[in-house]
Ligand binder design. Structure first.
Ligand code: ADP
Length: 276
């Protein structure tokens, strides 16, 4: 009897604990949904007037202005654009963190995805007089199943940083396959190398945490939000990969990341592809 009573009490305690856990989980879920909703509303509320300000600035820029007025319009427009980027980044990260993002998987062409991304960055690199080379190693399959948009987002963040933090020299992207050809998945390795300013050793770890910037002084030369790498890390993890960095001050940085994707149906083997 005593045993039966003991078991009954324990079962009740366990049930209570389970119930409390369910209530806590529901509350946490509701809070996270409320937070996402709040951020979505805020974004709309901030973006609408901000777009109006930017639009008016653009119109003002087209009217005859004195050189001094032109400068004021330019400065206010660039501040507005920075603010818009910041809001978009914060929202992006909140969506990734709170919204349990899922990948939008489809069959895609790795070569096209890489080329498109490089073309976007090429313009920025050319404007700074920096060379951008990209290379897909032979035997890397091209037809894959995954989320090309998320993959491109990670690549753009890393390549844009590489160009931003490089004064002279070159940025290279190398793509290769890490998995065995007979495996039923494909593990890709992306390597983004630059000859830029480099990152001090003690900042290499925290660099992937949000709002971490090596140069936090008010006179920051490079702008940015400190969110790009945090977003990249979350996305890479979502794609079952890892991201890491090696760097030497004054010499340059190399960012590495892996992702796991599926084999596409058309298993045409990649030709050796590169572009400068
Ligand atoms: P942002 O570039 O907007 O500041 P990120 O999260 O993309 O934010 O990067 C965080 C910080 O990491 C940057 O501010 C910079 O200090 C450092 N960093 C990132 N990429 C590089 C790079 N390729 N070379 C040197 N420093 C870098």
């Amino acid at each position: 009897n005593y045993m039966a009573e003991n078991i009954r009490t324990k079962t009740e305690t366990l049930n209570d604990a389970n119930q409390a856990l369910t209530v806590a989980r529901d509350a946490a879920l509701a809070a996270s949904v409320a937070k996402s909703q709040f951020l979505a509303n805020m974004s709309h509320e901030i973006r609408t007037p901000l777009n109006a300000i930017l639009g008016m600035g653009e119109l003002l820029g087209e009217t005859p202005l004195t050189p001094e007025q032109e400068k004021y319009v330019r400065v206010s427009r660039s501040a507005g654009e920075n603010l818009l980027n910041l809001i978009n980044d914060i929202l992006d990260l909140s969506k990734i963190e709170l919204g349990h993002p899922t990948l939008n998987k489809s069959e895609f062409d790795l070569f096209i995805a890489v080329e498109e991304t490089c073309q976007i960055i090429l313009l920025q690199a050319q404007q700074k007089g920096i060379a951008l080379h990209w290379h897909i190693k032979p035997e890397t399959p091209s037809r894959l199943v995954g989320d090309p948009v998320r993959l491109q987002q990670v690549l753009i963040n890393l390549l844009a940083n590489a160009v931003k933090f490089t004064e002279a020299g070159e940025v290279t992207l190398e793509v290769s396959q890490r998995s065995q050809p007979e495996a039923d998945f494909v593990e890709l390795l992306f390597v983004v190398r630059d000859t830029g300013i480099g990152i001090p050793q003690d900042k290499l770890g925290p660099i992937f945490e949000r709002f971490t910037q090596v140069d936090a002084s008010d006179t920051r030369k490079y702008g940015g939000t400190g969110l790009g790498l945090a977003i990249a890390k979350r996305l890479v993890e979502l794609m079952e990969g890892r991201i890491w960095v090696e760097s030497m001050l004054g010499v340059g940085s190399t960012f590495y990341f892996t992702v796991i994707v599926g084999q596409g149906n058309e298993t045409t083997e990649a030709a050796h592809l590169s572009c400068t």
